[in-house]
Write a new protein. Structure first.
Length: 347
């Protein structure tokens, strides 16, 4: 008997282990569970499974009763592996026998993702060999020692390496799930999920996950106001002097504090935001490429084309046709499709 309902929804299985961090399990259910079509049809079905069904210990004072075993993995379109306390302090790079049997049940072609130190499972299974991946910054050295064949980037929120994805930690698990929804169904669906969850609709995977900050001067505690102002004025040239003025800082101080808070320079961040605005307009409107370029602040179609190609590897027309083609068909963009595979963060 099938674990999943036979209704055509994308099937997500969350593989948990003893020592589970409950919030990471909740993230997957909450984010994917809210994704709907315009007429209210749910787009994903999410189930929790374990190597052996039953009571799973967590890292807090309650347990989780898991109904399904590894049979759910054989049916899943996406498998997500959250972190476990078992991952910390490990001195080997091997899976337990029960986890190895569970991983062997992954359906060929399924998308596989990890949150936080769930990446240890993917690496031990050989799924990250030769790929770029991330994990929690606090476990980075341990990960590098155990899995030298993996290209670890501990300074990013998440990675997408063509169907194998990793997120750095708890909050970036939200970003990763929204990224997968965006790849599957476009910005409108992902943005609505983010709105309901009261989180930012999109953070680039390359954004820094952890930055050691000096103690801030009280009068200069944030660059949030400048970022909010910039987002309202993306369609016109925005200068560093204007951004610094929003926070009553010198350009030099603002630039330093911005990088400390966001992980990239103000100009890099502006380009990222303009690319995201352009992607949204290409997906959700019928505006010409010239108008999209203007509204996103790139000025010309040639400039938009150059920046979009650099960021995600496709032209504006190819990007639009990918999503419009999917919308005209089944309503779902498969992550394994040739065109869509180009738009992941790791592309």
């Amino acid at each position: 008997m099938s674990v999943f309902a036979e209704d055509g929804r994308h099937r997500v299985a969350v593989l948990v282990r003893h020592g589970l961090l409950p919030m990471e399990l909740g993230i997957v259910h909450r984010i994917f569970g809210q994704a709907e079509t315009a007429d209210g049809r749910r787009l994903y079905e999410v189930v929790t499974c374990a190597p052996e069904p039953g009571e799973i210990r967590t890292d807090v004072d309650f347990t989780v009763n898991v109904r399904y075993g590894p049979e759910a993995l054989a049916e899943a379109d996406t498998v997500v592996v959250p972190a476990s306390q078992q991952d910390y302090g490990r001195d080997d790079g091997c899976l337990s026998e029960e986890m190895a049997r569970a991983v062997a049940r992954f359906r060929p072609g399924a998308r596989v993702a990890s949150i936080c130190t769930g990446s240890f499972v993917l690496a031990a299974a050989g799924l990250l060999e030769g790929r770029r991946a991330t994990t929690h910054w606090g476990s980075a050295e341990q990960f590098r020692r155990l899995f030298p064949e993996v290209e670890l980037d501990a300074d990013v929120l998440y990675t997408d390496e063509g169907g194998v994805l990793t997120a750095a930690g708890v909050a970036s698990g939200i970003d990763l799930c929204l990224h997968m929804i965006r790849c599957d169904h476009g910005a409108a669906v992902a943005n609505e999920v983010a709105r309901r969850t009261v989180v930012p609709p999109h953070r680039e995977g390359g954004q820094a996950q952890f930055i050691r900050r000096p103690v801030p001067e009280p009068q200069y505690s944030s660059t949030a106001a400048a970022r909010a102002w910039a987002l309202e004025h993306l369609d016109r040239p925005v200068t560093l002097r204007e951004l610094a003025a929003c926070e009553a800082m010198s350009v030099r101080t603002f630039t330093r504090r911005f990088r400390e808070e966001v992980g990239v320079s103000p100009l890099q961040w502006l380009t990222q935001q303009r690319v995201e605005r352009a992607r949204q307009l290409l997906e959700e409107t019928e505006l010409t490429v010239d108008r999209v370029a203007s509204d996103a602040g790139f000025g010309t179609a040639a400039s938009l084309r150059q920046h979009l190609q650099a960021a995600i590897g496709v032209s504006p027309s190819a990007y639009r046709s990918t999503y419009r083609g999917a919308a005209a068909g089944s309503g779902t963009v498969g992550v394994g499709d040739a065109d869509v595979s180009k738009v992941g963060v790791g592309a």
